[in-house]
Design a protein around this ligand. Sequence first.
Ligand code: NAD
Ligand code: TYD
Length: 350
Amino acid sequence: MDRKKSILITGGAGFIGSHVVRRFVNRYPTYLVVNADKLTYAGNLENLVDVDTAENYVFERLDIQDAASVSDVFSKHNITDVIHLAAESHVDRSIQGPLEFVKTNVLGTVNLLEAARMHWKSESDHVFHHVSTDEVYGSLGPDGFFTEDTPYDPRSPYSASKAASDHFVSAYYHTFQLPVKRSNCSNNYGSHHFPEKLIPLMINNILMERELPVYGAGLNVRDWLWVEDHAAAIDTIFHDGIIGESYNVGGLNEWTNIDLVHKLCDLMDEKLGRTQGHSRALIRFVKDRAGHDQRYAIDARKIEETLGWKPSITFEEGLARTIDWYLTNPEWMKNVTSGEYLAYYDKTYR
Ligand code: NAD
Ligand code: TYD
């Protein structure tokens, strides 16, 4: 078959990456999807069992810190486009050990940019889409939203590394005319989400009847978006976004952590046939995260008005689907919480 594109999707075995890979494999049979992933603790090929035999899908185990291997993958698959998601993604781990965040998120991104610059000599269409976070903008007070023009003000080692990678992506556009696009998204939730992050951690602990650790007073605010709506936004930006521009992606869906944890407790008690209040009794207010950003909230008018993207489902629907997925996939949770998870958990919460 004549391939129209050969797309390198980095981090495709992770949470968001697996949804992006699944979407592109299923919707674009004329594209070859090359999923390149190191398979860290957060990468899991079980996330892709439904597409891994597809004729337009291939997996490459790749550490993006290794420039020579990155270049080899570009040559081997004649890569025409990149959607870059591979990263160390968890704020608490970045506080425990910032260096790996610099190596993967900064150096790894520059290795990919450099490979694209070296391999894309022709005039043909290429896209290098960097998937980033709203955390690069810092922390909001009670009012206002992040727009694409909000100055960068990263405050955690994670967000500093993502801000640095965003800046390198822009630098390659301005200096070398590399055809880049960027997106900065708010907090995602959905299936296949590793249980170090708030929502899957709470779902798992409620199921196991373990304590529910809420940082500080639980009054920090996050803006939650269903992961499949983020994957749809990436698809839209990748195909229709303007080269050199960035797009904020979010669901206008702000929750304090404590309200969200209460909601999860009540929904799960209902689904599990437990008496209301049973899971709320597991909540423990624990020591606050160092440098904890107070509030994130996205103004997504640019992507909505110029590219016609908007979230497809409500938070109620998305949370119900998410909880149902975890209830029907206990093996997935069992597998990802074996290995290093318990050591990480003890280090973080005891
Ligand atoms: P994740 O931690 O679930 O997955 C990251 C993936 O990257 C894993 O499969 C891991 O194996 C892989 N990886 C890590 N280091 C690697 C390396 N050196 N080489 C190759 N692969 C490596 O992360 P996620 O939540 O799916 O986030 C994906 C991207 O989206 C990240 O760039 C993140 O910054 C961004 N993002 C995440 C959110 C969110 O709410 N999770 C929101 C906005 C943006
Ligand atoms: P998280 O899912 O780690 O995403 P991020 O820090 O990147 O926004 O955390 C979401 C919010 O939940 C954040 O304010 C920290 C808080 N939180 C807890 O209160 N307890 C927890 O165990 C975790 C993991 C997070």
